[in-house]
Design a protein around this ligand. Structure first.
Ligand SMILES: NC(=O)C1=CN([C@@H]2O[C@H](COP(=O)(O)OP(=O)(O)OC[C@H]3O[C@@H](n4cnc5c(N)ncnc54)[C@H](O)[C@@H]3O)[C@@H](O)[C@H]2O)C=CC1
Ligand SMILES: Cc1ncc(C(=O)O)c(C(=O)O)c1O
Length: 309
């Protein structure tokens, strides 16, 4: 049974994950190499707590807690599970696995929240690969209930089963992949969509604001209720056959990263984190955006769960 969990990396994902795990009764100790990230995480934890309250996810009496530390040994000592949540670079992740090797027990499960580096690659950097598994959360992790579970070639079936049971025990939705493919499933689907929207903007077909309206109020809104496989049945396989027979060959299939993205990065326009991206932001608009998005996601989730009709 998983009771004590260490989170390594408190950037975008770590604090929300810590808050959600604690509501499920887990004792979380979370570590980051950067003192500024630990400080920022305190505020993020507070915000996540408020959102979890509005989702009526009650942790009372379950014994969960979150403690932040700047000492790696403290974070991982006695942990049943370590969730690695550092930047999406294999060498940074490998360094973390090396640094915890001597600090964890042979039974500790090491999970990676990687967005899509195959687990088979990551587990080459750890001495007990049978205990390593992919546990891919979606952002914002305290609100999105689905978590992908991915075993690599060397992951034991018991490790996969333990993580699936753990996710279920928290009231969350594990989705098991049968193969360890790059990007797993969620990001393969998301990145197919992102490649196409970037291409459409680049080709001058549509403005960024208009494509967001098109996707959010068209397929996005619908997909929350009718998944893509069910959508095929809703539209009719004959329609899909007719449209895909002329459309598939025109869809973007570029193998490299689009120039638009390269240009944005060269101009330092990384998005909200740098104050500018495809949209412009002010500190005030950024402060408004996150709670507004959380409130809407919570409202939609409550309706999908049948809590508000
Ligand atoms: N941002 C997103 O929407 C999602 C990200 N992910 C994945 O989760 C992982 C983390 O992503 P983010 O939270 O977005 O990254 P981030 O860049 O926001 O945060 C990473 C944190 O790791 C810390 N860090 C770096 N090296 C470290 C080390 N050696 N020891 C401890 N801490 C260290 C950094 O100081 C930083 O606070 C990545 O693998 C990413 O691909 C997964 C789902 C969604
Ligand atoms: C752009 C982007 N990339 C990766 C992820 C992820 O799930 O790893 C997300 C996300 O929303 O969670 C994302 O938006």
């Amino acid at each position: 049974m998983i009771k004590r969990t260490a989170i390594i990396g408190l950037g975008t994902m770590g604090p929300g994950m810590a808050a959600r795990l604690a509501r499920g009764g887990v004792e979380v100790v979370a570590y980051d190499i950067a003192p500024a990230a630990i400080e920022r995480a305190r505020g993020m934890l507070g915000a996540a707590e408020g959102v979890l309250d509005s989702l009526e996810i009650d942790g009372t009496g379950k014994g969960g807690s979150v403690r932040l530390t700047d000492v790696l040994e403290e974070a991982v000592a006695g942990a049943d599970l370590v969730i690695e949540n550092v930047p999406e670079k294999e060498e940074i992740k490998a360094e973390v696995y090396r640094s915890i090797e001597g600090l964890i027990s042979a039974d500790t499960i090491v999970a990676s929240d990687t967005s899509g580096i195959p687990i088979t690659k990551l587990q080459a950097h750890i001495s007990n690969p049978a205990r390593m598994v992919g546990m891919h959360w979606s952002n914002p992790p305290h609100i999105i209930p689905m978590i992908e579970v991915i075993g690599g070639e060397a992951t034991s079936p018991e490790t996969v089963q333990t993580i699936r049971d753990f996710i279920r025990s928290l009231g969350l939705l594990p989705v098991l992949l049968k193969k360890d493919v790059p990007g797993f499933v969620e990001n393969r689907v998301l990145y197919a969509l992102l490649r196409e929207v970037v291409d459409l903007v680049e080709r001058g077909v549509i403005e960024p604001e208009d494509i967001d309206t098109c996707v959010s109020w068209g397929i996005g809104y619908k997909l929350a209720v009718v998944g893509p496989m069910a959508l095929l049945d809703m539209a009719g396989m004959d329609i899909y056959h007719s449209v895909s027979s002329f459309l598939n060959e025109d869809l973007c299939d570029r193998k490299d990263v689009a120039p638009l993205v390269q240009e944005q990065i060269a101009a330092g326009k990384l998005g909200i984190k740098s104050g500018a991206g495809l949209y412009s932001y002010t500190p005030e608009s950024i402060a408004r955006l996150q709670p507004e998005r959380a409130r809407k996601l919570v409202a939609i989730r409550r309706i999908l769960e049948g809590k508000d009709q």
